[in-house]
Design a protein around this ligand. Sequence first.
Ligand code: SAH
Ligand code: SF4
Length: 351
Amino acid sequence: MTRDEIKQLLSLTGEDRLIDLYARAYAVKTETVGRKVYFRGLIEMSNVCVKNCYYCGIRRDNEAVRRFTLNTDEVVASALWAHEADYGSVVLQSGERSTEEFITSVEKILSELKEKTKGELAVTLSLGEQTEETYKRWLNAGAARYLLRIETSNPALYTRLHPKDHNFEIRLNCLKTLQKLGYQVGTGVMVGLPFQTVDDLTSDVLFFRDMDIDMIGMGPYIPHAQTPLAASAAPSQTARAYSLEMGLKMIAVTRLVLPDVNIASTTALQALSPVGRELGLKAGANVIMPNITDTKYREYYQLYDGKPCLNENAGQCRDCLESRIKALGEEIAYRDPGTPKHFLTRTAAGN
Ligand code: SAH
Ligand code: SF4
């Protein structure tokens, strides 16, 4: 698909045309990755963060947030719950930190999980920018996948969303390093950001393609009242409807351009519509990340306002999702790590 074609699809309006776009993407999904949904149990390990991204509710300078960090036993117990519940994979996510203590604790969690699940549980990390050495240590300890959103592929927009000590090139290099080391690499962007244009989103899709990305997680940007970016755009209903629709269009177009990648139907979609994640699956996504963090910590890990499922425990989340997905006529791929087809093809080709 050319740049112009992608931009045209992202600019589509009107219910009939959109239904048609989602149906095309769904047909491609059915053909390439099947009508299967892969679960990744999400564990929010800590909201302590050294970074200060202008959009994020747990940024360093937000003094209204009560900070928490799970101990390694708590993380391992949650991950083992997911394994028992037949999830093929978990995601360990947290604010960014690079102290030796933090690096070692992640290593400890990874090796314990490898041993206790006999390597059956695929572990994804989403722990921000780290050195090559750290990424290597975590890979050696048992991590297989890494999620690091580029947030936007437009360096000028990236600069407007972050303070001066954040650097687009560093983030980009982290993605390249992860790929070089042999991780399955996921990235993504926020959709509906202030100052973001359809041209930017078009470039984002091309970025995923040119970077040979295996997994994509895109979500609508949702303002958090205690952040500097929230002042840039009031969270109006129009803005929310735009972000939801554009989020779905981005999923559909990404599926058309990159048929064999894994695409997440993110929780931020659910924050904008009670059936947001189902709509994401219908637009071409094939991964869902049920939150399995202990409910007593969830309210302190709010990247944006209106995070859904704050009070549902992991078992309730599983049951709720199971019935929603069955109603769509899709199958949940239990006990399957769901390695992205794109990764298998890419590595077989020696890339
Ligand atoms: N600290 C790590 C992982 C946690 S943040 C990191 O930054 O990579 C995970 C993701 O949450 C970010 O990549 C960002 O895309 C998303 N996020 C943060 N604030 C958000 C907001 N206000 N609306 C939607 N997504 C947001
Ligand atoms: Fe920290 Fe990630 Fe939030 Fe940025 S987006 S402030 S790195 S948790």
